[in-house]
Design a protein around this ligand. Structure first.
Ligand SMILES: Cc1cc2nc3c(=O)[nH]c(=O)nc-3n(C[C@H](O)[C@H](O)[C@H](O)COP(=O)(O)OP(=O)(O)OC[C@H]3O[C@@H](n4cnc5c(N)ncnc54)[C@H](O)[C@@H]3O)c2cc1C
Length: 563
């Protein structure tokens, strides 16, 4: 029997006070977090409406004034005294799960909070120009009534354009359009010296253009982005297909559910949207969506399901019904489809509010959902945060599509987290080797989903309490993440950096390619002004000594992989 097949035996664990706190956290959530979240959502909405009243010209004028303020602030910095530059966004406001320890050590903040306007939606060029704090909820509210959408709209309403570009952004349409950053045509960046540049893929800043994604704001401050729009229709025709078998067979069924074979990329069969949900080691549901017109959806016999209403069953549970009733098709209003996982935060909502999915809760209080991730983070102290690092998993494994069955088998054995989210995305072969890049020579294998210009990957989203924790057994979350990272490095996979990372610097640069990043850090003066990406991602409090070391350090190129 191979190591991977041998069952893991884990002893029972004694409960500590944090277990009880986490178990009864719902009391704080219901009486404190939900009402404040709802108020904040409402106030943000009013702010958005106010912004929408302004003409594009007025917004652009304000934008230019705000950019000048950023330049001035950067120039005020005294390099010998002030720390390295980062945005002033409070660590708890960001959706990501890292501790953002760099903000607890000496640093120099630049406030970008005014950058929250949609500067233009141009229906002729099919480009939306957005400031970095425009979030997904806002952008779909503006574009969907025009039958337009960003090519990749991340699901959670609160995710921002700036975070999805500099961090990581994916959506069920990424098998066609790539990651969020692949849909951007131009970045407006304030460089370390205060110069404002517009980087596109074919101008003099093309190297910077390709280096920005995944750089975490360590090359410059993003002040606007021009993003591709696509035409859409009013409804998503969604087919839910149950799949059964061994965990590896589930992976294979997911691949077959959408991936064209080599050369078939224009096939009518390729869906507009894809996602898979694996509910346990033997069952999953694959979903494929096609945009559909109002006329088609309203035809007699078709079922329309407005999943966005507060009293509706949570989406992942609704999808799960395909396991009992068999394959079915329904039409979901497009904007509600985009944000289908928002109300229950994928399935994390079930842990936060164990009865939140019950009909009585949904009808009475469901309209206040979801709790803002930022407030959940703000109401947890260090002990709870550490508990979550050890007893909970929020990680994504980006793996080549053909390795999904192996990845599922690995997660089943090492973490036992269910449900799992599967979302495919293209990884393009670009003119530069960027931080994340396809497997060298992938084009020669003609694997399912691949094209000569992109390798098909999949995000295996691992979010929930692992099986051993739910059964009261010992589980070492830190070690499990460490092993997951090794597995990813061995299998040409990547770990999005919004999640907690246990990688040391050497392994970080084995996972990601440093070549272009390092070149741009030097060329555009970021070294000495901005923190390095590893320093930002590294877990743990930073002492003043470490801050000083980081200030002296540069990315160590020998770690970078070369072809
Ligand atoms: C519950 C949950 C659900 C999620 N769902 C999704 C999902 O559906 N799809 C998806 O793609 N991802 C998802 N994520 C992950 C998410 O993509 C990341 O957190 C992402 O980085 C965006 O978060 P944010 O908008 O809060 O950005 P932030 O965390 O604020 O920013 C991310 C990084 O970009 C930098 N940055 C941001 N703006 C700028 C700027 N203007 N200039 C320079 N640097 C900047 C920040 O400093 C930071 O390093 C989810 C995460 C969680 C916890």
């Amino acid at each position: 029997m191979s190591d991977l097949e041998a069952p893991l035996v884990r002893p029972k664990r004694k409960k500590v006070w944090v277990d009880y706190f986490v178990q009864f956290r719902w009391i704080i959530v219901i009486f404190v977090v939900l009402p404040i979240s709802f108020t904040l959502y409402f106030l943000t909405y009013l702010g958005d409406v106010r912004s929408d009243w302004k003409s594009y010209k007025q917004r652009q004028k304000e934008h230019e004034e705000n950019v000048k303020k950023v330049v001035k602030r950067l120039q005020e910095r005294n390099p010998s005294k002030d720390g390295r530059v980062c945005t002033a966004r409070k660590p708890w406001i960001a959706v990501g799960m890292r501790n953002v320890d760099y903000k607890r050590a000496r640093h120099f903040e630049v406030d970008l909070s005014a950058f929250r306007n949609i500067l233009e939606i141009n229906q002729e060029t099919m480009i939306a120009k957005c400031e970095p704090l425009v979030n997904m909820g806002r952008i779909t509210r503006a574009t969907v009534p025009l039958n337009l959408a960003l090519a990749a709209v991340a699901e959670l309403d609160d995710l921002t354009v700036g975070g999805l570009i500099n961090g990581y952004g994916i959506e069920g349409s990424s098998h066609l359009y790539g990651l969020f950053s692949d849909t951007v045509v131009a970045y407006e960046i304030v460089l370390a010296g205060g110069k404002v540049v517009r980087a596109t893929k074919d101008n003099e800043y093309s190297d910077l253009f390709y280096a920005i994604p995944w750089s975490q704001g360590t090359l410059g401050l993003l002040v606007s982005a021009e993003i591709k729009l696509i035409p859409i229709k009013e409804y998503m025709k969604l087919t839910y297909t149950p799949v059964r078998g061994s965990v590896k067979e589930l992976g294979k069924a997911y691949i077959d559910s959408f991936a064209p074979r080599f050369g078939e990329e224009n096939s009518e069969e390729v869906p507009d949207f894809v996602e898979g949900m694996i509910y346990n080691p033997h069952e999953g549901v694959c979903m494929t969506g096609k945009y559909a017109s109002k006329e088609e959806a309203e035809k007699k016999g078709n079922k329309i399901n407005s999943v966005g209403w507060w009293f509706k069953p949570w989406f992942y549970q609704h999808a799960q019904t395909a396991l009992t009733k068999g394959e079915f098709v329904e039409y979901i209003p497009t904007r509600e489809y985009y944000h289908r996982h928002t109300r229950c935060l994928y399935w994390e909502g079930k842990l936060i509010l164990p009865f939140g999915d019950q009909w009585w809760f949904r009808f009475l209080l469901g309209w206040m959902m979801p709790p803002k991730v930022s407030l959940l983070k703000a109401t947890q102290g260090e002990a709870i945060r550490n508990y979550y690092h050890e007893m909970h998993v929020i990680q994504d494994m980006l793996v080549p599509l053909y390795k999904v069955p192996d990845a599922l088998e690995w997660v089943d054995r090492e973490m036992e987290v269910y449900p799992l989210w599967l979302c495919p995305h293209r990884l393009y072969k670009l003119p530069y080797k960027t931080m994340v890049y396809p497997e060298p020579g992938f084009e020669e294998h003609c694997r399912q989903g691949d094209t000569p210009y992109a390798q098909m990957y999949t995000d295996v989203g691992v979010y929930y309490a692992p099986g051993p924790v739910l059964r009261g057994e010992v589980f070492d979350g830190v070690d499990a993440v460490r092993r997951m990272e090794s597995w990813l490095i061995e299998n040409h996979g990547f770990q999005p950096q919004y999640a907690v990372s246990e990688l040391n610097e050497k392994n970080f640069w084995r996972m990601f390619d440093a070549g272009l990043y390092e070149q741009c850090r030097n060329k555009y003066g970021a070294v000495g002004t901005f923190m390095s990406v590893y320093y930002k991602c590294k877990k743990g409090k930073k002492t003043e000594k470490e801050v000083q070391e980081a200030e002296q350090a540069q990315v160590e190129v020998p770690y970078a992989e070369t072809d």
